[in-house]
Design a protein around this ligand. Structure first.
Ligand code: ADP
Length: 470
């Protein structure tokens, strides 16, 4: 079975969030399954060139190119390849004007680029033009991800490309739908007949995620609970009715973790103490037994870091310390930096994206906080469990599907400071008063299977069903 993956970000080439982890790991996990030939397509961002350089990888030129009419002009690009021996081939679409920019989706102030619809429409069109040539034949399954690739199923079906292929569309986060003013519509090469509420129209704007859902053969999202939640008005982001309409084709499949992410940087739990001590020293926090709470997160409303901010003044009473690593919302950055200056013995804050430090925090903390208002799947709580750092989570979406109260972590029921505090108090009490009980939670958390095996199997089964129906 030939499966083409198309995504805007793929680990280790470029990443802003969990989508990149999935697009990097799932093709590899599937390649390990019998009879799957996977290939991955992504834009050639400067981050990808940088990664190639740092890793000593020379991308090969290919003779595959694409010429696409967009917004009144012809845009041209060509593909570069990385074909590791025995591994999954990756194909990078080069277009200096579209992709050689500082950020993947926006500038340094997080302002989205105004031509994003065209930048990612170009990726979709180019894969449809050159994908079969590069992958060694037309695909059986095309697996696309998030709004950036929502147009691929639209073009593919409305223009009859690869008629025998089945399309799987994965929603990694319904909060990002790729909504653009309707003026872009003709420039995307779409016929106005597609601009209706069952397809791409959304409150008189263009919604690329809707297009992906409408034209895919199956839609997946990244946890069973989130698949249910997005069909409700509270979490449906104004698409709940549309998604209920497609409910029969909607599946929830949990993300796994790559081996590197779930393998703790120690062989025995006893070694965690040394990592913890080193982390406290690195952060300039006092040594000692008080539990260290860790946070690694984007600073976005979704992630509920305002709830964590609401706990800072109580750290003293709780007898706990806190380390926060993240970047994003400038208001939250300023809040946490202000707190760090006010409570230097209690709180350490690091602003930026730093994978190595993230790992040291996940491994060296005693507890890990994930108070997300909603969470499609969540990787950090799974990584924390794998590293013997019980997570404290809001019981929604993938957090609910992965963490068991009192067994592998602590779960609270509402996105409020009080509820978060309640769970932290429970966790800290166990940590202090019942070392054996605490260790049991740690060991149960570490014993959880976070590998891609089961998830890859579930995707494979879905692909097989779709191909059998075709
Ligand atoms: P999302 O994709 O919504 O940001 P996930 O929990 O699914 O949330 O995935 C986030 C991933 O990004 C995790 O692997 C996490 O460790 C990583 N991450 C988030 N913020 C940072 C940061 N500031 N530095 C390093 N890694 C980060």
């Amino acid at each position: 079975m030939r499966v083409l993956f198309v995504a805007s970000e793929v680990v280790p080439w470029c990443k802003t969030g969990g989508l990149a982890d999935v697009a990097g790991a799932l093709p590899r996990a599937l390649r390990d399954a019998d009879g799957v030939e996977a290939a991955v397509f992504l834009p050639l961002f400067p981050q990808a060139r940088e990664h190639a350089r740092a890793a000593g990888i020379e991308l090969e030129p290919t003779d595959a190119s694409a010429r696409v009419h967009l917004s009144g002009r012809w845009e041209e690009g060509r593909f570069w390849a990385h074909r590791p021996a025995g591994g999954v081939p990756h194909f990078f679409l080069e277009h200096e004007g579209f992709y050689a920019r500082e950020g993947i989706y926006g500038d340094r102030n997080d302002q989205p680029y105004p031509d994003n619809a065209f930048r990612f429409a170009f990726l979709c069109r180019a894969v449809l033009e050159a994908g079969a040539q590069l992958a060694g034949g037309p695909p059986d399954v095309v697996h696309v991800h998030d709004w950036q690739t929502g147009l691929l199923p639209v073009y593919m079906r409305s223009e009859g490309v690869w008629p025998r292929a089945r399309v799987v569309y994965t929603i990694h986060n319904l909060a990002y739908q790729g909504v653009f003013p309707k003026q872009v519509f003709p420039g995307l090469g779409l016929d106005w007949s597609l601009f209706r509420s069952e397809q791409l129209e959304f409150y008189d704007q263009v919604n690329l995620l809707k297009g992906g859902v409408a034209f895919a053969d199956a839609v997946t999202t990244v946890s069973p609970t989130y698949a249910e939640e997005i069909q409700t008005p509270e979490r449906g982001e104004a698409l709940d009715g549309f998604l209920r309409h497609h409910a029969r084709r909607l599946h929830g499949i949990l993300n796994g973790l790559d081996a590197a992410e779930r393998t703790p940087p120690f062989t025995d739990l006893a070694e965690k103490a040394a990592l913890r001590a080193a982390l406290l020293e690195e952060l300039g926090l006092p040594a000692g037994d008080e539990p260290l709470l860790g946070v690694v997160s984007r600073f976005a409303h979704q992630k509920g870091l305002d709830l964590v901010a609401g706990l800072v003044a109580e750290l003293e009473v709780l007898g706990a310390r806190l380390v926060v690593l993240g970047s994003g919302d400038p208001g939250l950055v300023a809040t946490f930096q202000g707190f760090a200056a006010e409570y230097p013995e209690r709180l350490a804050v690091r602003v930026g994206f730093d994978a190595a430090l993230a790992r040291r925090i996940v491994a060296g903390s005693d507890l890990f906080l994930v108070p997300s208002r909603f969470e499609p799947c969540g990787l950090t709580q799974q990584q924390a469990m794998a590293f013997g750092t019980p997570p404290v989570v809001h019981g929604v979406g993938g957090l609910r599907d992965t963490v068991r109260e009192g067994e592998t972590g602590f779960v609270f029921g509402a996105p409020t400071v009080e509820a978060l505090r309640g769970a932290v108090v429970r966790a800290v009490a166990l940590f202090r008063e019942d070392p054996a009980g605490w260790e049991r939670v740690q060991r149960q958390a570490m014993a959880r299977d976070a590998s891609w095996g089961a998830s890859a199997e579930a995707y494979l089964e879905l692909y097989r069903e779709l191909v059998a129906e075709a």
